[in-house]
Design a protein around this ligand. Structure first.
Ligand code: SF4
Ligand code: SF4
Length: 135
């Protein structure tokens, strides 16, 4: 991963891309944890929202892009309302998903879902998954 040094900050190309797409200043986060404390999806995430911000600040965007966190985010905006630095974290999560989807790799392959499971899955969950996780 290419790292760019800017003053005292370390920025990766991916972090710059996340900032550009989301319109958010990743380095404004000071790790208060309020976003994670209010996140309703926290139990399903492998990195908490504030940890995702820390990874982005450290230039480790690939780590978070390959995690479950951005897919578990329900875009409820609770974190954005609670953030004392006015960071729209749901926009950051959306940017991460977009960057992943632009790699043109299907996260969910419809033809691989067993028929038995398809019978029980709510249609809305399938539509949501296909919209978020397929090309
Ligand atoms: S927008 Fe996503 S990260 Fe933020 S509180 Fe809601 S589920 Fe959690
Ligand atoms: S609430 Fe805002 S400042 Fe606090 S950890 Fe989350 S993103 Fe960072």
């Amino acid at each position: 991963m290419r790292i760019i040094l800017k003053g005292s900050k370390v920025k990766s190309k991916l972090t710059e891309k996340v900032e550009k797409i989301s319109g958010q200043n990743i380095f404004a986060c000071y790790q208060c944890g309020k976003c994670s404390a209010g996140c309703p999806m926290i139990d399903s995430m492998d990195y908490m929202p504030n940890q995702a911000m820390k990874l982005l600040q450290m230039g480790a965007a690939e780590e978070i892009i390959n995690s479950k966190t951005m897919w578990m985010c329900a875009s409820c905006h609770t974190c954005s309302v609670r953030c004392p630095r006015d960071i729209d974290l749901s926009a950051v999560m959306e940017a991460l998903r977009l960057i992943y989807l632009r790699t043109n790799v299907n996260k969910v392959e419809p033809s691989q879902i067993p028929e038995e499971e398809l019978k029980d899955l709510p249609q809305i969950a399938l539509v949501c998954n296909f919209r978020k996780m397929t090309r």
